[in-house]
Design a protein around this ligand. Sequence first.
Ligand code: HEM
Length: 438
Amino acid sequence: MPEADQQPDATGSEERGPRPVPAADADACAEAASPSPPRTPGERRTRVSRRLLLGVGGLATLVGGGAATAAVLRGGDGSTGPAVVPFHGSSQAGVLTSRQSHVRLAAFDLGARSDRGRAAALLLRWTGAAEHLTRGEAVPPGLEPPGSRAVETGALADTRPARLTLTFGLGPSFFDRTGLAAARPEALAPLPAFPEDQLDPARSDGDLLVQIGADDAFVTAHALRTLQRLAHGEAKLRWTMTGFTAADGRRNLMGQIDGTNNPEPTRALLSGEGVPPWLVGGSYVVIRRIRMLLDHWDTLPLPHREQALGRRAADGAPLTGGTERTSVDLAAVRPDGVPVIAANAHIRLAASASNNGATMVRRSWSYHDGLRADGTPDAGLLFTAWQPDPRTGFIPVQQRLSRGDALSRYLVHETSAVFAVPGGIRSGGYVAQSLMEA
Ligand code: HEM
């Protein structure tokens, strides 16, 4: 019998709040309207280089950048750092970066006439835009897509880069849409259905992901708007979600200190034999929008809330004692023989040790999108888990949690997506270049 079945309910309640599925909010993807870019890699590279050069030339005359790099900001993890997070590196910025205070997660679907060349051209444009935006610079006109009449209006003029990062991911469907099905890694498969899922398909999945993090909500909104404009004729926004952290980045909306027992972020990265070049330094990210049944949760006595998690609300210390950073003793029992950390406590069932060493780095944001039709809060966690393989990371852990986790009865998983996050981008290159030009 699994552990979860042996332990009496930590919270003493079977009740869940009403959970209607939200209405679909995504448009169908429009037909791509702009002409196809060149088909051969050589031709494509020529076109790409010319566009990047145009972008860099525009940048040089437009922006200084010194003032921006000098600014120091406090991030969502309470850390301080320079306002500019370098876009280039061995991993994409936004994977190892300490969480910013604001995020926009956005998925795009490619147009019906998309193909490998067109998708590469889009990734190239987005890469160029990200290079400029993360330095606090406007996107030069040379990067605007053919046929688009919209322009940069200068909305960014008075803002700082605010540690802006743009992190790009490829969904399982991206590979089918671009004729690259044979190159899709086995680990990148649609996630299985989990018990109690109440998923909204219109706000799940997607061909492309962009995670936009910054310590300024205006900057994230502007970056999303820019990417959407540059996707004209090639891809349409499928869904977007907006999140934030507490000022010190520690608590979630259930009042818990969250993120304590996270592995070293580099554990999420891919390396070594068998990893395709475009994924070296990359990762897989699972995204779940998890609504909290706060009106119910907030009525529970403190001991019930602490038992459901296995940690103290006040300071995040495990119920087995010590401080937040003290290791939890899952074997500890009370004098009456009952485990101190309940058998269905979240930290017991989610622990790496309970799941064959499952590894994932959680990097989540809170969200609050007002009230639902029934008057309950539309609020919870934009849960993002980064790992070298979802099949040994998120999937087995969520399978276990969804079967008997005491916390899960106050949670509703409403959206779901998984993306491969290509490795870092070198100067002059673009996202997933070695995949697109293989
Ligand atoms: C809204 C949903 C969730 C909330 C509010 C939540 C909250 C928490 C909190 C407060 C902790 C203890 C502090 C810490 O170590 O970070 C924790 C630990 C953890 N959670 Fe969650 N969690 C949620 C969903 C999930 C999901 C969906 C998974 C994975 C499928 C997960 C995996 C973990 C793991 C691996 C730990 C560390 C356990 C340990 O080794 O101590 N959580 N969570």
